[in-house]
Design a protein around this ligand. Structure first.
Ligand code: SAM
Ligand code: SF4
Length: 324
């Protein structure tokens, strides 16, 4: 079992499999950022190799992310490869949902356990303004196709002055469908530094004004720091990831692997441990060296992020490169 210096068990890894994306959410992948050269991205075999070493040390849940993981043709193959690693309990995916409906059967066949779909609004014009693409219909069709076939969570990043009205229509999806809807505060990472978040307390107040009082929902919903509430008559829960105001680091359970092969101990700081040269170097002791780096990344996890002090945040890479 992997324990960090603060006694936290690290058993979850977010794995970014590409920095490419078919949308252009301005807070995540602003125009003008150059993708990494194709040869810099880890291959499917290299990603599975790192995950096997991580699993041998006690990581038993993986989340594929990106960029947009579904633009990578071998995404379902990777899900199957990770599911086939001994000791792995869960492989999930976070996607913008545009391609999910088309890939759903393939992903379910591969053994995908759950999916998160990012959706910041249900208004077509607003969706286009946020993401740069007129794809709301495709995303809604994906959500409806996936709901009931596997656990679905919808993630919304609320931005002051951009989609402040979205929480009500998004929460309504949890009333209508068996999906959790979660609100994530904007983190001051990459272009997110130049955006203003809406505190989750304000979103909860807005939802309760419209839908009545909610009650705490303590059932386990996933691997992360979300706190859930339930509204009367709703099929799904309403979750809050209070990244900035919530101080959730005491329960941090994760490492991040970037698509270019760096291991990130914490989202907030630029520190990253490169694995690519080891993966592409002499074969002999690759397994041992990758495991040592994973242990080093766990040991170097800081006690907490500093998102409440954006000037101290050292992570300047865009979230599309890190994987969220
Ligand atoms: N393309 C996939 C998607 O959109 O779900 C996976 C990658 S995306 C980087 C993962 C999540 O990070 C999305 O839900 C996105 O809204 C969120 N995100 C991006 N930048 C963020 C920021 N600065 N603060 C909070 N969440 C952010
Ligand atoms: Fe692409 Fe996801 Fe970032 Fe939007 S949030 S630009 S969909 S990676």
């Amino acid at each position: 079992m992997l324990k960090d210096r603060f006694g936290r068990t690290i058993d979850y890894m977010r794995v970014s499999i590409t920095d490419r994306c078919n949308l252009r959410c301005a807070y995540c992948m602003p125009d003008g950022i150059a993708p990494a050269p194709a040869e810099a991205l880890l291959t499917g075999g290299e990603i599975a190799f790192v995950c096997r070493q991580a699993a041998s040390l006690g990581i038993d849940r993986f989340k594929l992310t990106g960029g947009e993981p579904l633009v990578r043709p071998d995404c379902a193959k990777l899900v199957a490869a990770l599911k086939g690693i001994g000791g792995v309990r869960q492989v999930t995916l976070t996607t913008n949902g545009v391609l999910l409906r088309a890939r759903l059967d393939e992903l379910l066949d591969a053994g995908l356990d759950a999916v998160n779909v990012s959706l910041d609004t249900t208004d077509r014009a607003q969706y286009r303004a946020i993401t740069g693409v007129d794809a709301l219909e495709a995303v809604m069709a994906s959500i409806r196709a996936a709901a009931g076939r596997l656990p679905v969570k919808i993630n919304c990043v609320a931005q002051d002055g951009v989609n402040a009205d979205a929480p009500l229509s998004l929460a309504a999806l949890a009333r209508e469908l068996p999906v959790d809807v979660r609100f994530i505060e904007m983190m001051p990472v990459g272009a997110g530094k130049r955006r203003k978040t809406v505190p989750n307390a304000d979103i909860l107040a807005t939802i309760e004004r419209a839908y009545g009082r909610t009650v705490p929902d303590d059932r386990a919903h996933g691997n992360g720091p979300a706190v859930y509430r339930r509204a009367e008559g709703f099929l799904g829960g309403i979750g809050f990831i209070s990244a900035v105001s919530g101080g959730f680091c005491r329960d941090c359970n994760r490492l991040r692997l970037m698509s270019t092969g760096e291991l990130k101990p914490c989202l907030c700081y630029a520190d990253a441990i490169p694995l690519r040269d080891i993966l592409r170097g002499a074969e002999g002791d690759r397994e041992r060296r990758v495991r040592e780096k994973i242990i080093q990344a766990v040991r170097s996890k800081p006690e907490a992020h500093c998102f409440e002090h954006p000037d101290v945040v050292t992570e300047d890479r865009e979230m599309a490169r890190i994987g969220g």
